[in-house]
Design a protein around this ligand. Structure first.
Ligand code: TPP
Length: 247
């Protein structure tokens, strides 16, 4: 992505939207690590009244947050608006050999987002308008707040998005960073269709007792479980350091 953490409003920045806004602690951590005006103390005040790190991303409150999300489907649909705006700015201001506006819209969305009707309507419009500037990653973890998606959501998302006219790819293992990177590259070069990359992930990965369960959705893991997660991640890190991946 192209962005400047010291100038978060740079007009040609790529936009990132976390449509499943309930996972925003992950976004705050990345904003912090990439130099946005967010401190470790702000992160420690996660979900506290008047903090810069509320429980869902709020536009205008936290540097680097492009849009308020939380109501599922909202970020997904706003991204379509962002993509239309980029196309409009490009048509109005770009000149041959002088592209003022060529930014892209990156988003992560979830089962909950794709259940919402508003996301379907926006996705259909995006396919019709051939918004090839959209790269959406679908966190396909089979879990929502109430349990497994087989209770409420069994449709074939890939076929639905293909029917809308999207370019759809699937990555079978959410820990396969290279496969995800390749899929993002393919999506970036696809300029005629919006892209959806379905990535099969495991919610609560690394937590032996909560992985793949709805209890990893929102509640804290707890002191004991956190210890186990850290042990697991430490093992993974050691393994990676022994045979580093080639990027
Ligand atoms: C429109 C709307 N309805 C209901 C909710 C309440 N809600 C918050 S998270 C969630 C479940 C989301 O599941 P998923 O999107 O799969 O997220 P994951 O469990 O994978 O983190 C629900 C129903 C909401 N945020 N927005």
């Amino acid at each position: 992505m192209h962005y400047n953490s010291e100038n978060p409003d740079w007009p040609n920045r790529d936009r990132f939207i976390l449509s499943n806004g309930h996972a925003c602690i992950l976004q705050y951590i990345f904003l912090y690590l990439t130099g946005y005006d967010l401190s470790l103390d702000d992160i420690k005040h996660f979900r506290q009244l008047d903090s810069k790190t509320p429980g869902h991303p709020e536009y205008g409150l936290t540097p680097g947050i492009e849009v308020t999300t939380g109501p599922l489907g909202q970020g997904f649909s706003n991204g379509v608006g962002f993509a239309i705006a980029q196309k409009h700015l490009a048509a109005r201001y770009n000149k041959p050999g002088f592209k003022l506006f060529d930014y892209k819209i990156f988003a992560i969305c979830s089962d909950g987002d794709l259940m919402e009707g508003v996301a379907s309507e926006a996705a259909s419009l995006a396919g019709t308008l051939e918004l090839g500037n959209m790269i959406y990653i679908y966190d396909d973890n089979h879990i929502t707040i109430e349990g497994d998606t087989n209770i409420t959501f069994t449709e074939n998302v890939v076929k639905r998005f293909e029917a809308y006219g999207w370019h759809v790819q699937s990555v079978e293992d959410g820990n396969d960073i290279l496969a995800i990177r390749n899929a993002i590259r393919n999506a970036v070069v696809e300029v005629h269709r919006p892209s959806l990359i379905k990535v099969r992930t495991q919610i609560g990965y690394g937590s032996p007792n909560k992985v793949n369960t709805a209890s990893a959705h929102g509640s804290p893991l707890g002191v004991e479980e956190l210890k186990l997660v850290k042990e697991f991640l430490d093992l993974i890190l050691k393994k990676l350091l022994r045979c580093p991946m080639k990027y």
